[in-house]
Design a protein around this ligand. Structure first.
Ligand code: GMT
Length: 388
């Protein structure tokens, strides 16, 4: 199949999932055309089946706000026509679904039928989409999609609750390629990992980790406060990966709590898999989270997760198995759970194994066929297995 994938090119989960999906589809023989305003960060190689089409955003001085949606729609028309796309798969509804809708209409006027699938990722529904300034357009564009998917059952229910969408929403969970994680684990475990752990935790301290875009919704202040409680009971270090608007605030909080020596901010890391191997525990206390891809990536790296129980997280992190869940903001409970997991090596190793076992359910080999089946149905094309 010839597939156009529209996504944000940044470190956010939706861009990561879209890019990894495209790479996996290309490996199976599909031709994949990524369309975005810059090369997706996880698009770290090209092959005969991977193409990238950059959307050039106008900088005409009349515009205080550049009309990205229009240039994106034009690009979609162009790529669909000249690369003969079978379908468009847009990740994150805003503004990708409405741009795809517009492109579809323009293409129809030129005699070309190109269906589009919208994958809802989370904040496009739970935070931004339901804002009155977007809602009518988003409801319309989602409803006009030829198929809608959401990354969790929770997000599906949120979408029905907040939008007048009547169409079926297919839940296709996010995924990881477990083979890639296994390769990195086998290459590094235990010697290399121990060496790197020693760098951050020279006295054998336990390493807690958090990875995100440092937005308010991630509640990084809770991460610091959980860590502060943990380190008062056992020797521990905290590694923070990512960057974003909350950074200054948490730096200030670390100074206030006098935790600076034990907290390291590593900044944006393109492929955090090797860093995840250093962690004993992953913290994700988010306010809302449609899925929690970062938690799944941690689990695939044999790292248990202490998280909030919001949104789609309970569909990923199983309480008492791959980690623990607490109510949003219940820092004391999260710290207590962290200490339960870290209390002795036997318990920690048991949680590490269980976290990995739980991650196996989300291996790409289980998830990719769901997308392919949907593509077949939407494009009305029988899928032909080409290679693996
Ligand atoms: O977490 C973010 O703010 C980024 C956002 C995105 O769209 O890039 O993440 C959302 O999509 C991810 C991939 O489907 C999910 O794993 C995240 O849970 C979801 N974030 C939220 O719902 C806050």
């Amino acid at each position: 199949m010839n597939i156009g994938i529209v996504c944000y090119p940044t470190f956010g989960g939706s861009g990561v999932v879209a890019t990894e999906l495209g790479k996996a589809l290309a490996k199976k023989g599909h031709k994949v055309h990524f369309i975005s305003y810059s090369q997706p960060v996880r698009l770290d190689y090209f092959s005969e089946n991977i193409f990238y089409h950059e959307v050039a955003v106008s900088n005409y001085p009349l515009f205080d706000y550049q009309p990205y949606e229009l240039v994106l729609a034009s690009k979609l028309v162009d790529v669909a026509l000249y690369e003969n796309l079978d379908l468009l798969h847009v990740h994150y509804a805003i503004p990708h679904a409405s741009a795809a809708y517009m492109a579809k209409q323009i293409l129809a006027s030129k005699g070309k039928k190109v269906p589009f699938i919208t994958t809802l990722h989370g904040t496009d529904i739970t935070l931004v989409g339901k804002d009155a300034s977007f809602e009518p357009v988003i409801t319309f564009a989602i409803s006009q999609s030829d198929a809608i998917t959401s990354v969790s059952e929770s997000l599906k229910q949120d979408t029905y609750k907040h939008f007048g969408v009547r169409k079926p929403i297919h839940v296709i969970p996010n995924f990881i390629c477990i083979e890639d994680y296994d390769k990195i684990y086998e290459k590094n475990h235990p010697e290399e990992t121990a060496k790197h752990k020693h760098f951050y935790a020279p006295n054998g301290e336990k390493i807690l980790m958090h990875i995100s875009n440092f937005r308010k919704v991630k509640r990084i202040e809770d991460v610091i406060r959980i860590f502060d409680q943990v380190r008062k009971k056992i020797p521990a270090k905290l590694l923070l990966i990512g960057d974003g608007p909350e950074r200054t605030h948490i730096e200030r909080l670390c100074r206030e709590l006098n935790t600076c020596d034990d907290v390291k901010l590593l900044g944006k890391v393109v492929n955090p898999e090797e860093h995840l191997l250093l962690a004993d525990l992953f913290l994700l206390p988010s306010e809302t989270e449609s899925f929690g891809l970062a938690a799944l990536e941690a689990m695939a790296s044999h790292v248990p997760v202490v998280s909030s129980n919001t949104g789609g997280i309970p569909e990923v992190n199983v309480h008492g198995v791959s980690g623990y869940l607490s109510n949003v903001g219940d820092v004391d409970d999260m710290a207590k759970n962290a200490l339960l997991i870290l209390k002795d090596e036997k318990t920690l190793n048991q949680f590490k194994t269980q976290a990995y076992q739980q991650a196996l359910k989300f291996d790409i080999h289980n998830i990719l066929p769901m997308y392919e089946a949907l593509y077949d149905a939407v494009a009305g094309i029988k899928h032909v297995e080409k290679s693996s």
